[in-house]
Design a binder for this molecule. Structure first.
Ligand SMILES: [Zn+2]
Length: 107
């Protein structure tokens, strides 16, 4: 499979010194087992977050209202956080507000 970024880095490396660690990071093919493990860990983390979010959405009152506002969009970014004016992208979800709600709401 062609890797444009890897090829570009190797091309640049011929006339600009690049540290061996940096070069290895971008030119080494990741171990498929590591990729699968990281994917499984991410999916488990997201499933846990989604289950807790469902609990909060069913909690009623203020917890439910805040959880509804600070829900993830389809890119798993928070749809309720305001932009701070400098960031071009929405904050990742779970955002700081949702995390605080998760910590403080009754379980
Ligand atoms: Zn938020």
């Amino acid at each position: 499979m062609a890797n444009g970024l890897r090829d570009s880095i190797r091309k640049v490396e011929t006339y600009v010194p690049i540290s061996s660690a940096l070069l290895a990071m971008y030119t080494t093919t990741p171990d498929p087992a590591d990729v699968a493990r990281r994917r499984a860990e991410r999916e488990a983390k997201e499933a846990h977050e989604d289950a807790r979010h469902a609990e909060l959405l069913a909690a009623g009152g203020l917890a439910q209202a805040v959880a509804e506002l600070h829900s993830p969009d389809d890119r798993r970014e928070c749809g309720g956080c305001d932009f701070d004016g400098y960031e071009a992208e929405r904050p990742e979800w779970p955002c700081r507000t949702w995390t605080l709600l998760d910590e403080q709401a009754d379980r």
